[in-house]
Design a protein around this ligand. Structure first.
Ligand SMILES: [Zn+2]
Length: 322
């Protein structure tokens, strides 16, 4: 009997203590309006929770966006490395030392199939997929080896020819197609199919880029973009160009130019028409005209020369290569 009484006493005591706790809990809930005050005991009153939590959530979202916290650590590291390499990677063009690959970002994006910025993990991910496809180790970084492989790929789709066309293969384009309205009438020739493809490409670009056009569908006189700067060049003319500017800027004028074929066009994409200096090229690759060409020119059979944003070559079968 005594044991039973003790039992009852203990049970009552437990119930009483429990009731006190529950009551306190209810009162607390009522005061603070909190279902589950689960903030750490760092001196923050639960009532402040909604006020401090929202900015924190926003901040962490921004952080995830910036650092790509949702991506594997390896890709995040590659993204940080790309942010550095795009301005600093040392390589050479001919004998000229080059710094970074920032100028080629639109071409790289097109090649690896992404629109993500170069310093993002998304970009690094697309780089690694491309690297795997071409037999490189998938680091996600545009390092020297990867850039070289990419340049090789771009170069492989060019004319790689300086075959001289017969006079029947050339047409003389109207001066209104050209960037310089005073251009010598002897310098308006273009290979026939190249010219037809250019006109088709121009019509599509004019629509999509909203270029200024005349009622008859020609570029308006004050529209500079996508006008032809230079097309077919005879060997004699190329020689003259080389003699006229033997140094720095135009030193790249080739002895065997693709312009000999009549299938290469220099097209105005902004800035100084054909100046290879980095700041000029860096500006050119940001124009809507250039970006449109990078994305669409291949549909019309035109492929870029990566180093000169204005230089495009008509190679209708390039897409079948590789
Ligand atoms: Zn050119």
């Amino acid at each position: 009997m005594i044991v039973e009484k003790k039992h009852w006493f203990s049970l009552s005591a437990i119930l009483l203590i429990g009731a006190v706790f529950i009551t306190f809990g209810l009162i607390k809930r009522k005061i603070y309006g909190q279902e589950s005050p689960s903030l750490p005991a760092a001196g923050n009153s639960p009532i402040e929770k909604p006020l401090i939590e929202k900015p924190l959530v926003e901040e962490s979202k921004t952080l995830v966006k910036k650092t790509g916290a949702a991506f594997p650590v390896g890709l995040q590291a590659a993204a940080f490395e790309n942010a550095r390499l795009k301005n600093t990677l040392g390589w050479t063009f001919g004998a000229k030392p080059q710094s970074g690959w920032n100028i080629y970002v639109p071409l790289i994006q097109q090649t690896i199939g992404t629109e993500a910025e170069a310093e993002t993990p998304e970009f690094a991910q697309s780089v690694s997929v491309w690297q795997q496809k071409v037999g490189l180790s998938p680091s996600g970084k545009i390092d020297g080896e990867t850039l070289l492989k990419m340049v090789e790929w771009w170069q492989s789709r060019r004319l790689n020819s300086s075959r001289y066309p017969s006079s029947e293969e050339l047409v003389s384009a109207p001066i209104t197609d050209f960037y310089d309205p005073t251009r010598d009438s002897a310098l308006l020739q273009i290979e026939r199919e190249t010219y037809n493809a250019y006109k088709k490409m121009l019509a599509a670009a004019a629509k999509e880029l909203k270029l200024k056009m005349t009622k008859t569908g020609e570029l308006a006189p004050d529209e500079k973009y996508l006008r032809i700067i230079s097309s077919f060049r005879s060997r004699e003319y190329q020689e003259k160009l080389r003699r006229a500017s033997p140094d720095s800027g135009r030193a790249g004028l080739a002895v065997n130019s693709p312009h000999f074929t009549g299938c290469a066009l220099d097209i105005y994409v902004g800035g100084e028409p054909t100046i290879t200096k980095d700041p000029n090229r860096a500006l050119q690759v940001t124009t809507p005209a250039y970006k449109w060409l990078v994305k669409n020119a291949a549909r019309f059979g035109f492929y870029p020369y990566y180093y000169e944003p204005w230089h495009w070559e008509y190679v209708p079968n390039a897409a079948k290569k590789k």
